[in-house]
Ligand binder design. Structure first.
Ligand code: PRT
Ligand code: ZN
Length: 288
């Protein structure tokens, strides 16, 4: 029987759907995973293990799961012997120092001798050490944001995405300690297994092409023949654009793949140069 690559993802939480979404974008068929702990992809030698996010780095370190998808914050906090392979562009948040709204902290020295509650004691202690600041760190596993109002701590260090939770608890963000997002991690022992290494490389190629595609758009437009040179100069195409004839002999169709964030930047310029009917379409995968 063929060996299967084992990938650990969060069972139920903020990263679950996007992790499975990424795999599906890579063409993997993963059926109804809700109630099961292990599911096989029907068209790839892959088994998906559904775990609590905190356990994923350890499973990967021990090579029980060969690879995993988990927040970088968890990987750094656990500080285990795994390799971070790739940032995946979702689950973005910051680990930030937050203080009561009425307080003022202008630089890191202002937290000298204060008490900080956090679920990330290792990251916070490292940060304090690196900055030569002494502060007491209290580890809490949940509801960290109520610690200042209960008098348990002066400040907190917690994950923030929208900032709403801080506001609700009359706290404000002071500074960021870490920018985090979901990452792909890999067991260092995987390299000892040739068959699994090949599967891993195949999956990584697919993930990379799917991530590239998410950041890109396929654009199409009609341009007057006379403006073609000018228009091609404006388009920051990943490859040479495609030029197609149209029924109207004075016009040409131009197709190109560009980075998504460039679309609005060049839109006005294209119109001024005579382009019309500008369309942008999402791309599922790119293999350059
Ligand atoms: O059950 P399990 O242990 O697997 O899940 P969990 O409850 O420990 O983790 P989960 O699902 O909450 O988060 C998984 C990962 O998502 C985290 O490790 C981060 O990498 C990432 N992530 C992104 C976040 C947030 N954004 C986030 N906002 N994780 C937690 N939060 C929490 C934060 O702790 C705070 O309580 O959301 C609150 C703040 O959110 P805002 O939007 O009000 O700022
Ligand atoms: Zn967790």
């Amino acid at each position: 029987m063929n060996k299967k690559l084992k990938l650990a993802v969060q069972k139920k939480g903020r990263l679950s759907e996007k992790s499975i979404g990424l795999l599906r974008n890579c063409g993997l068929e993963i059926e109804n995973f809700q109630e099961r702990l292990i599911v096989s992809a029907s068209n790839f030698n892959l088994e998906v293990l559904f775990l609590r996010d905190d356990d994923i780095p350890e499973y990967v370190q021990e090579n029980v799961a060969h690879i995993g998808i988990v927040g970088e914050n968890v990987v750094l906090e656990k500080n285990l012997d795994v390799e971070i392979v790739k940032k995946l562009g979702f689950g973005r948040c910051t680990l930030s120092l937050a203080i009561p709204e009425k307080n003022k902290v202008t630089n890191i020295q202002d937290i000298q001798n204060k008490t900080i509650a956090t679920s990330y004691p290792n990251i916070v202690r490292n940060y304090l050490n690196e900055n030569g600041v002494e502060a007491k760190v209290i580890e809490l596993n949940g509801s960290v944001e109520i610690a200042p109002s209960l008098g348990v701590a002066d400040y907190i260090c917690d994950l923030v995405s929208t900032g709403n939770t801080l506001k609700q608890n009359k706290l404000k963000k002071s500074f960021n300690i870490l920018n985090s997002q979901a990452v792909l991690i890999k067991s260092k022992k995987l390299d000892n297994y040739d068959e699994l290494k090949i599967l891993y490389r195949k999956l990584l190629d697919r993930i990379e092409s799917s991530l590239k595609a998410q950041k890109s758009k396929y654009i199409m437009m009609n341009v007057p023949k006379d403006s073609l040179k000018e228009i091609i100069k404006i388009i920051p195409s990943l490859k040479s654009p495609t030029i197609l004839p149209l029924a109207d002999e004075n016009l040409l169709a131009v197709h190109a793949v560009i980075f998504e964030d460039k679309f609005w930047e060049i839109n006005e310029e294209l119109k001024q140069a005579g382009a019309s009917g500008i369309l942008s379409i999402p791309i599922e995968n790119i293999i350059l």
